[in-house]
Design a protein around this ligand. Structure first.
Ligand SMILES: Nc1ncnc2c1ncn2[C@@H]1O[C@H](COP(=O)(O)OP(=O)(O)OP(=O)(O)O)[C@@H](O)[C@H]1O
Ligand SMILES: [Mg+2]
Length: 317
């Protein structure tokens, strides 16, 4: 928990309407100095609307938002030089190189002494300084976007879905950069629909669904408070094992690899289940017990998956 004096962002009863659509519905939260705060939610939940109201790009319908102690609707010109923003779906100039891009943005902020080399090193683009933007892979483009957000040595950085659309390896490389920022104590406001990202990076996660914040806390608190069960996986289990588990009153499900997943309350349940399987001569080739993740918390709270497609609801990938 942070003291009020340390709050870098204060959002109080924020609401945003687009005509009849209520995109953000009376949300309140604070972000402390050096905190990594993640707004986690599915498409259309209101993440970009919220972040862009805080970083002065959009205006609220009602409510009070202050950033660095200033009202975002009144002090835009004082706020902007002190923050960094990576907008959703960021794009830059195709034919300009990595180094030139950073030099351009630092001039835009009237920064004569931006440490361009330091930034290039921070986002791990040292081998690409002479590469044109259009020739960078998606992950490298995002890392350049993060460097751009940092040219003015901002006190708060806003990153709207920094890893959406990247393959798992490129995503991990962006996470490394973000972990570096976290280590330096930069205050980061992140939006994402990847629960692994929120779990890995965020000190505080606010789960947003249909414009409302439905839960908030550290990843561990959210899991503890909302999904206090275990998930047992029986690998390559046969049909007999499935039936036994079902007859015991559990609700087993098959996943994509012919494994059985069962929600259990405690290790005693697991012991009973394994004994019954053994006695009946049914088989499985291995097992895994784990705590639920934020995806399951989200599912439990909303009944919806965080993401569309086959990965949704599947747990850690
Ligand atoms: N400028 C706009 N005018 C009208 N409606 C908008 C506008 N921007 C967003 N919306 C609507 O407001 C709701 C919230 O959108 P928002 O972009 O904030 O969600 P999001 O959580 O960022 O989604 P995504 O994960 O797809 O980026 C959506 O229903 C969206 O269609
Ligand atoms: Mg968005």
């Amino acid at each position: 928990m942070t003291n009020r004096a340390e709050h870098v962002i204060e959002v109080e009863k924020l609401t945003k309407r687009y005509g009849d659509l209520l995109a953000v519905d009376d949300i309140s939260f604070n972000v402390g100095k050096s905190e990594v705060f993640a707004l986690l939610g599915p498409n259309g939940a209101g993440k970009t609307t919220t972040v862009e109201i805080i970083d002065t790009i959009r205006t609220p319908t009602s409510g009070k938002v202050s950033l660095l102690g200033m009202d975002v609707t009144k002090k835009k010109h004082d706020i902007v030089p002190r923050i960094g923003v990576l907008p959703q779906g960021f794009n830059s100039f195709d034919k300009i190189t990595v180094r030139e891009t950073l030099q351009y943005y630092s001039r835009l902020f009237h920064r004569r002494n931006t440490d361009v080399d330091g930034l290039i090193e921070l986002v791990n683009l040292k081998d690409k300084t002479k590469e044109q933007y259009k020739n960078l892979s998606g992950g490298l483009q995002q890392r350049l976007g993060i460097a751009i957000a940092l040219v003015n040595d901002p006190e708060v950085v806003f990153l709207d879905e920094p890893t959406t659309g990247l393959d798992p390896r490129a995503r991990r490389e962006v996470w490394d950069v973000l972990l570096g920022l976290k280590k330096k104590g930069t205050t980061v406001f992140l939006t994402t629909h990847y629960m692994e990202e929120a779990e890995l990076l965020a000190d505080t996660v606010a789960i947003i669904s249909k414009g409302k914040i439905i839960a908030k806390g550290s990843p561990a608190e959210l899991i503890e408070n909302n999904a206090n069960h275990l998930v047992l996986t029986l690998q390559s289990a046969d049909e007999k094992a499935f039936e036994i588990v079902r007859e015991m009153g559990f609700e087993p499900v098959h996943d994509y690899h012919n494994d059985i997943k069962v929600r259990v309350e405690n290790t005693d349940d697991i012991r009973k289940m394994l004994n019954a399987i053994k006695e009946a001569g049914a088989s499985f080739h291995g097992l895994d017990v784990r705590k639920p993740n934020l995806e399951e918390v989200f599912l439990k709270l909303t009944g919806e998956a965080l993401r569309e497609g086959p990965a949704a609801g599947r747990g850690a990938e």
